[in-house]
Every structure is written in C-alpha cells, then in structure tokens.
Design a protein around this ligand. Structure first.
Ligand code: KG4
Ligand code: ZN
Length: 379
C-alpha cells in the first residue's frame, strides 16, 4: 500500500510556525506559535472569543455552534492580519473530546487552511493537550514521563498515568458529573452568576483564612462520596454535591439560598469546595496504594479549568507532597481552554511522528467521546 505519509514533509530542521484552533466547547481560540529547531517554543499571539452563556445558565450546543461559526474565521483573519500575514507551516485543531458541532466548526476551518496553504494538518486530543501544557513552558523538559495528571475541568475529572506521549492510563474517573460541572451548579444555587461560575465562586470565597465557618448550622454535614462502596472506591463522584443544595434550602429554611447573608453563602461554598478537594485527595491516595508499580516520587500535574482554584492548589501540595507526589500546576492563564495547548500538543505529536500526518488527517471527524486511554499515534 502506498504510504501517503512519505508524501509529506519531515519535521523541518528550521524554525516553523504553527496556527492552532481550539473549539471543543464555548471558546473560539486561535494562536500562532513559533518553533525554533533547538530552542523553546515562542507564543507569538493568542486570541479568543468566548460565548456569553450567562443568560442560558449553561452552554447550549446549538448556541455554541452559532458562536463558532460567527467567530472562528474572523478571529483567524484578525490574528493573521495583526501579525502581518506570516507564513504558517503547520495547522492544528482540536478533534475531541467535546461538543460534536463545536469541534466540527474548528476542524473544518483548520482543514481548509491546511489545504489552501499546502501545509500539514494535525488533529489534537483536547485532554492530552491539557496535560502537556506545562511542557510548552519547559520545552518538553518537565514533567518527564512517567507522570501523573489530575485533569479537572468542566467536562472531565480524572487521574491519569502517562508513560509516554501515546500511552495514557486512566487510574480514576468520575462516575457521574465532572468537578467543574458540580462546582458550577453549586455556585448557581449560592447566587453566583457569570460564564465561569467556578472561577467566580473562587473569587467570592476569597481569602480562606477569613471564612467564618461558625455561621453554618452545627449539624450541617457535607458527606464524602463513595466512602462505603468498596467496589467503587476507585472512582470520583460529584453529582451528590449539587443535590445537597435544595436539601439544605429545605432543612434550614434557606429558600432561596441565593438570598441568604453573604457570610453564610461564603462559608457553605467553602465547605463544599473543600469537601470536593478532600474527595480528590483521598481517591488519589487510594489509587496509589493499589498500584505499587507506580514509581514514587512522581510528578503530579494538575490541569484543566478547576486547576486555577487557589484552594485546590494549596490542598494538593500540602496533602500529597509528604507521599512523594510533587504537585505542579499549569500557569493560571492557560488552565482554562485555549489554543496554546492545542499548538503544543500538535507540535509534540508532529515531532514524535517525524512527519506529519497522512492525508487521512484531512478526513478527521470530530470525536465527542474519546477516552485518553484510547489515544495512540494511529488515532
Ligand atoms: O478546562 P475548562 O476551561 O473547560 C473544559 O474543558 O471543561 O474548564 C472549565 C471549568 C468550569 O467548570 C469553571 O467553572 C471551572 O473550570 N473553573 C474554576 C476556576 N476557574 C475555572 N473552578 C474553580 N476555581 C477556579 N478558579
Ligand atoms: Zn478543557
């Protein structure tokens, strides 16, 4: 069979430029990255247009699609004009997981650019991109494989063991909601508004040292999920946190909770957040106990939108460092979805394969569901 791969250029020995598009959810993000042959990558520019979903109380797929159709091409055009229409050598875009129609919008623009510019196209796994992001800033020096990643976003909550670029094992996954989704639901009950509720809740709680937990009823309890079910110990679960809120409203006559005094809402928000983080820490420790083959010490990278949370950062470092898990975090600005992470994952894939893509990549379809454990260089 004709190996079409060989019809495409090898990784250039010179500096090459990458244009990347991220559109898996509600962000139309585009960037330009310069990749020198021996030096660290340089972010030339990054632009992003985010759907305003505050009025809808969540992201509606058709609204997200309409947003991408209206924004991706103009954002690419602005980026290219702003940077003097530079020559681009590689195009990357998110293939999945995410919302099918949102992914399709970004993929189609990227494939069109790749054909028009006669340059290779690399489809990218969104969660792989989250966990590789810190390697952009260290030119792939840190973290080194193998490493653990705690991926905490609006769509996912998982602990992953990455042995190489193409070998990822999911050690713990969520049985129901993601932590971000549950935080957003709890935040809405507490009267927090905006497009990124978890972030707004983080600011609303503010300095943890000044939270007054004594304003909460003495008998209030926020139980840790999956502590008793022996068979299900190696899972996360976040659905029950959101279901506690209407229960509290009823039990304590707080209806609606959103109109209760600020200090009470602040203390309740903090108590719920902290219990969620204890749940993360406990399951990470159980996962490690059950896998003596995992070498300790090992880096633990925390990525995804919720990794921006200040309290989570403190908890992971203080609770897990004594067990040989060296926590590190994606820089705040790059925790939530962005195109830089897509450019970098595309670069790592491109260079690992030593040639880009085959023409098959132009036929890449959106993958709404795409477990990281199924990602390989033949994906
Ligand atoms: O990774 P991301 O931008 O999008 C997905 O791929 O899902 O994550 C978005 C999630 C939202 O649930 C948002 O509320 C949450 O990340 N988030 C935060 C913070 N910043 C964003 N949650 C807690 N604390 C924050 N500072
Ligand atoms: Zn994400």
């Amino acid at each position: 069979m004709l190996r079409l791969k060989h019809l495409f250029p090898r990784v250039p020995a010179r500096t090459y430029r990458v244009l990347a598009i991220e559109s898996s959810c509600d962000d139309s993000a585009v960037c330009l990255v310069n990749r020198p042959p021996n030096g660290p990558p340089i972010l030339e520019d990054h632009l992003k247009a985010t759907l305003d979903s505050a009025k809808d109380g969540g992201i509606i797929p058709i609204e997200a699609l309409s947003h991408h159709l209206q924004n991706i091409a103009p954002v690419v055009d602005t980026l290219m004009r702003k940077n003097g229409q530079p020559k681009v050598d590689l195009v990357c875009a998110t293939q999945g997981p995410g919302m099918y129609s949102s992914l399709a919008a970004g993929l189609q623009v990227a494939k069109g650019l790749s054909i028009a510019w006669k340059v290779p196209f690399v489809p990218v796994h969104h969660m792989l991109a989250h966990l590789l992001t810190p390697r952009f800033f260290t030119n792939a020096e840190s973290p080194q494989f193998p490493f653990l990643s705690l991926l905490v976003s609006g769509g996912h909550t998982m602990l992953v063991l990455s042995k190489s670029l193409f070998n990822h094992e999911i050690l713990v996954n969520t049985l129901d909601n993601s932590i971000g989704n549950s935080l957003d639901k709890c935040g809405r009950h507490l009267g927090i508004t905006g497009t990124m509720i978890g972030k707004e809740l983080d600011s609303f709680i503010g300095d943890w040292d000044t939270v007054d937990f004594s304003v909460l009823p003495q008998d209030i309890s926020v139980p840790l999920p999956l502590e008793r079910e022996k068979k299900r110990v190696l899972n996360f679960s976040f659905a029950h946190f959101a279901s506690l809120m209407p229960r509290f409203e009823k039990t304590y006559n707080w209806s609606p909770l959103s109109e209760q005094p600020q200090e009470l809402r602040r203390a309740l928000g903090a108590k719920i957040e902290d219990t969620m983080f204890t749940h993360l820490v406990r399951k990470i420790m159980i996962a490690l106990e059950s896998r003596p083959d995992i070498p300790i010490p090992i880096p633990l990278l925390c990525a995804g939108g919720v990794a921006a949370n200040s309290r989570l950062r403190t908890r992971l470092t203080s609770d897990l460092e004594p067990y040989g898990l060296h926590s590190s975090f994606v820089p705040l600005k790059w925790c939530t979805d962005n195109a830089l992470m897509i450019a970098w994952a595309g670069i790592e894939t491109f260079e690992a394969n030593n040639s880009v893509g085959s023409r098959a990549s132009l036929g890449a379809e959106p993958k709404a569901k795409w477990p990281l454990s199924e990602y390989s260089d033949h994906s």
